[in-house]
Design a protein around this ligand. Structure first.
Ligand code: SF4
Length: 65
């Protein structure tokens, strides 16, 4: 699984960081950065929950083998 953050949409709410701090972290301006790429096996559900939590729909989950 991979996750993409659309930097044009991200507004820095950091809900993704709150939901999945093992996957997301804020940059110096509070916008989301990925800590894992690809997503570490076993972290798929937190990644999906973070994507659903983003009010800007800035997180895309790419399901792959
Ligand atoms: S929840 Fe969405 S808008 Fe907020 S920091 Fe995360 S990716 Fe950006």
């Amino acid at each position: 699984m991979r996750v993409k953050i659309d930097g044009n949409r991200c507004q820095g709410h950091n809900r993704c960081v709150a939901v999945a701090p093992e996957i997301f972290e804020p940059d110096d301006e509070g916008l989301a950065l990925l800590k894992q790429d690809p997503i570490v096996p076993g972290q798929e559900n937190p990644a999906r929950r973070a994507a659903l939590s983003c009010p800007e729909r800035a997180i895309t989950v790419i399901e792959e083998d």
